[in-house]
Design a protein around this ligand. Sequence first.
Ligand SMILES: [Zn+2]
Ligand SMILES: [Zn+2]
Length: 449
Amino acid sequence: MPTVLLIEDDAEGRRATSELFLREGWQVMEAGDGEAGVQLALEHRPELVLCDLLMPKSNGFQACRRIRQSLLRTRIIIISGRDYGVDRSSAIEAGADEYLVKPVLWEHLREVVERVLPPPEDRALEDEVPDFVPPGARLRFWGVRGSIPVPGAGTVRYGGNTSCLELRADGEIIVLDAGSGLRLLGNALEAEFGPKPIKVTLLITHTHWDHIQGLPFFLPAYKGKNILRVLGYEGARKGLAAILAAQMETSFFPISLRDMPSAIKIEELEGMEFSIGKVKVFAQFVNHPGICAGYRLETSSGSIAYLPDNEPYDALRHNLSERTESDPKEARAYAIAERSKLVRFLKRADVLVIDSQYTDEEYTKKKGWGHGSLSSVVSLALDAEVRKLFLFHHDPEHDDAKLDQIVEAARTLVLESGNPMEVDAAREGTEVWLNRAAATGEVHQAGVL
Ligand SMILES: [Zn+2]
Ligand SMILES: [Zn+2]
């Protein structure tokens, strides 16, 4: 008896469809939002998924991608109230087998199901197809904030967790920084993998607390089945392993790093180029107090540069010369050279995620604090010809309305430049997809939670 999973937030619509399938002898499962739907799909591997497009928590594109990433034989039909060509092609690209526009008549739906579903005798054969075929690189934001988590009504749209990104590329799970967003990522990984082992590489830019504070709450680290590799550079005062262990000493936390049951291997990086599986990583030290790296990851689907904490050298604004004792001319020449080096490092990255904590006005009072100002970050990204810029490490004082204004200001700067670069502020839940086509020009951004 085949199983259908209905993912739809409208309970009444779900019930009506459910009855029709039950009448035809199907087993029916129901989910009221995308997250719950993905979880049920991965757990029960239904033959068919009918998925609404606009839902809370995870929209239909996201749910579809996540199901398709793990289940090849499940047929997925997206059902939407909208008839835009771009939605249809995005759904197919996300792995859907069909896209139907509401209202859908039962006769038509049955016809489509019969068409997309393989005959029962072929289904067993399809079981032998390997489950995981990465469709491209996926970047997901789990924490976008700088300094300290800021939950509350004012930050629901952009999110309040500190720095944490997840990159799935070339068969690897790479986590960039372990801010408080890491806790939610850990829960999601456990839900997705269940009893299967998870192999994660955690790449740390620096050990300021907003980049490591999620580690004690990372669920996969508490399961013996998992392998966790932590990579980063030695801190200014102590080694990486010593600092990560220090935040879990008994005065701060009841479980020590040593007592976490997963296989945790902490490796201090020495060179500025290394590989994580097939992903090539380039590192560069950036302008931030202590030792802080920025990373550029080259995947087979495109490149991602991540500089969560950085104060760009800006010769125009003399930010270096104003705060040093050195000769202003020399300081200016140094700033120009450092900036050029960074432009080369970022050159033509498909995605740049970079510290832009302050507005230009705020920056005048916070020079030398180690964070970027809006116009210096935008001009840096324009000079480096990046395709998509994500403003990141949002100031804890900036609520959703303020961030909307900052994005508008950034877009105006880009528009004035005449450059086609896309710019947005990073939000928790946003997924960015790089596919092979992206290597020649397109970056797809999925909907936002
Ligand atoms: Zn930070
Ligand atoms: Zn920092």
